[in-house]
Write a protein that binds this ligand. Structure first.
Ligand code: SF4
Length: 415
């Protein structure tokens, strides 16, 4: 099934929930949904709620009503991503293990853009998989073992704000070969359905989100800290990573002003901040929109400032403005984006646990499964690699490429 989502009919929206529905109808299958941070502040708009309404409990109930065997929170894996990504950053900064700055890796559209246009910066991109990239293998190993589930029967479904995630889960590297003995079809994540697809599916079944009760996530991978919640906002990954990097460097939780890192918040296309953690200075940048990423890369190539950590998200406002989110107004307005952003920051501010490293479920998964960040098993299941796709551009594309971009790998390394 597909439908047009583009006014010039060049992009089709692919509906995959029919296949998920078939999996639910198969008594042999165990269908596990995992919901991304932004879905809960967008989904309500499809059912008449004001922009930014926080409908987490009703969304979980809706998934249960469709026949989910388990409903888990990808915010858990957002915390896991921070544990791995912040640990990698601290190693790069303190041990010079890899070049700086470190770029974030959780936006598949940004990663593919870099692979295609700037392959020389791939060593700068964190090897940490995205939250859904970590959620998948953790479900098929740890969660399956803890619940005595047959891994081969698990069907992992990510509910995301993002159409690019449909491509991401099909990358060859997103395959948990270590538990599948190399079986090619043992994918980390089996399906991605978007916020809009979920709403369409519910309407087809005659269900209205407004009639749903509140339901909690299932345990083990259903708890998250505020640092996972804000992943959906531009700047959220940076802010969450800064909180845990502080802890990793100093052994203490950060002071109050780190909990609301104002300079990395907002809607400017490129935002910067400098923080000092212990005696380690960190120069941070947050970018949303690939045109802003291009400008930033050019500025760096032209001999601009050095940075330590750079977050790039493709969609305006971050994932809250993703291509799979409701479009009650076309084009989407900044008012709608800001309402969703506020809802996630408000939720974070209201939470008792706001650090990834303090999430009890995260502590447990390391104690019982991953041992510690960047351990051998963590590297195997939670990290990935990237491919040079510059050949996709052909000869013409290579000529258009800014010549100075080729020197980035050398010039960006701090000495
Ligand atoms: Fe997907 Fe957009 Fe989020 Fe990138 S910023 S992960 S493209 S929703």
């Amino acid at each position: 099934q597909c439908a047009n989502v583009c006014p010039v009919d060049s992009i089709k929206e692919v509906y995959e929930y029919g296949e998920v529905r078939q999996a639910i109808e198969d008594p042999e299958k165990i269908v596990i949904f995992s919901t991304s941070p932004s879905v809960r502040v967008g989904h309500g708009e499809e059912f008449g709620y004001p922009a930014g309404s926080f409908v987490e409990g009703k969304m979980v109930a809706a998934l249960r009503s469709l026949g989910a065997d388990y409903v888990l929170d990808t915010n858990f894996a957002a915390n896991l991503t921070i544990m791995e990504e912040a640990s990698e950053l601290v190693e790069r900064v303190t041990k010079k293990t890899k070049p700086l700055p470190q770029f974030t890796s959780c936006c598949p559209a940004w990663v593919k853009f870099a692979e295609t246009f700037y392959p020389e910066i791939l060593p700068h991109i964190s090897s940490a998989k995205s939250p859904i990239g970590m959620q998948g293998p953790t479900i098929k190993t740890y969660f399956a073992q803890k619940n005595n589930l047959d891994t081969s029967k698990i069907v992992n479904v990510a509910v995301t704000p993002c159409t690019a995630k449909k491509f991401e889960i099909q990358r060859g590297e997103m395959n948990i070969s270590s538990v599948s003995n190399g079986a090619e079809d043992m994918r980390d994540m089996d399906y991605v359905i978007t916020t809009r697809e979920l709403a369409r599916w519910l309407r087809e079944e005659g269900r209205d989100l407004r009639d749903m009760p509140e339901s909690p996530y299932d345990s083990l991978m259903g708890a998250a800290s505020g640092a996972g919640v804000i992943f959906g906002n531009t700047g959220g990954v940076m802010e969450a990573a800064a909180r845990t990097a502080y802890y990793l460097i100093t052994g203490e939780n950060p002071p109050e002003d780190y909990l609301n890192l104002a300079p990395v918040r907002g809607m400017d296309g490129i935002r910067e901040a400098e923080v000092v953690i212990g005696d380690v200075p960190l120069r941070l940048a947050v970018i949303h929109g690939l045109e802003h990423a291009r400008q930033f890369i050019k500025r760096m190539a032209d001999g601009g400032k050095n940075y330590d950590f750079v977050e790039v998200m493709t969609c305006p406002g971050g994932c809250i403005g993703g291509g799979g989110q409701p479009k009650t107004e076309v084009p989407m307005t900044d008012d709608i984006r800001q309402a969703r952003i506020r809802a996630l920051y408000d939720k974070d501010a209201s939470m008792v646990v706001r650090y990834s490293h303090k999430n009890p479920d995260i502590k447990r998964v390391y104690e019982e499964h991953y041992i510690k960040p960047l351990s051998e098993v963590a590297e195997e299941l939670l990290h990935t690699r990237y491919n040079d796709r510059s050949k996709d551009l052909g000869a013409a594309g290579m000529q258009e490429k800014p010549a100075d971009a080729f020197s980035l790998g050398k010039r960006w390394r701090r000495t």
